[in-house]
Design a protein around this ligand. Sequence first.
Ligand SMILES: C[S@@+](CC[C@H](N)C(=O)[O-])C[C@H]1O[C@@H](n2cnc3c(N)ncnc32)[C@H](O)[C@@H]1O
Length: 335
Amino acid sequence: MIKPVETRNDLPTALLRALGDPIRLRILRLLEREELSVGELSRTLALAQSRVSNHLRVLREHDLLAERHAGTSTFLRLGLESATGGTGNLAARLWGALSADLGEHHADLERLRQVVAERREVDPEFFDRVAGRWDTIGIEFASGQARQRAVASLMPAGQVWGDLGCGTGYVARAMLGLCARIVCVDSSAGMLAEARARLAEHPGETEVDLRLGDLDALPIGEGELDGAVAAMVLHHLPDAAGCLAEVFRVLRPGGTAVVVELDPHREAWLSAELGDRHLGIDAQAVAAAFSAAGFEAVRMEALDDRYRPAPPPGQEALPGGGLPLYTLRGRKPLD
Ligand SMILES: C[S@@+](CC[C@H](N)C(=O)[O-])C[C@H]1O[C@@H](n2cnc3c(N)ncnc32)[C@H](O)[C@@H]1O
């Protein structure tokens, strides 16, 4: 004999069946709005009282009715209080009932674990599918430094680098943690004081060595540096040759020098505002000066970045969102 299934009223399907009948739903909608006796209810529904009573019995079994007795009459209304003590609304009760223990659910969970594990294992086409839109999916890091710092960490340990014309230590700040010692040189004691303050905010393993001096006569011993940066400083000097000869002297054989410079421009106000002696410098001229100083493997790279000094009042904003920048680097030969 086939056993009838789900005959117990505590099964979620029984509650759903109780709610799934159109007449019972009409009854609940009326009792939500108005407290009614059985007689009033049957007149409102235009149904025989016996039929209505049968439906009320089903609703009572599921605690869906609240009753009030007055004399010989009984008044009914929608009862959302649960007989098990809960006072949640109908949706919560329904979900509670649906989440009740179903025999098959445990077996479902077992299979679910397996299905999810398989999904995580390998999806060989995943990256092929997203490759085209990968860069627009939102993979930016907050400061934009993470990848650069990671790659810079591949530098050999224990190096000594120079930040020549260091100003307020903007470049030296980026060197912190990546080399053993930074030698910062500037001809302005005020700038060196600012650099000292900035670099002291980030104490770390890198020793910071601040020296007052001129780029044409660097206060650095021959071969003392493994690498040197002169950022935004050549355009302050009468010419690049004297400085690059000095940089060549203070690098060890095989050491690298890098300059960051502005392309030639027409913003004459930069002379008054920022003390610029030249309005940018032609990269070819700097490359020639590198070679003349003895550097090899001289290479120029246009930067995907702009120099954006704030214009003084009355001065138009810079065209193109800022002035183009480039780097130029060269290596001191090993012999
Ligand atoms: C525009 S700032 C650049 C600072 C820093 N390198 C940077 O990129 O933010 C130029 C710096 O070069 C310094 N400077 C100018 N002429 C110099 C010279 N002949 N010798 C040493 N430092 C000089 C100035 O004092 C100033 O701090």
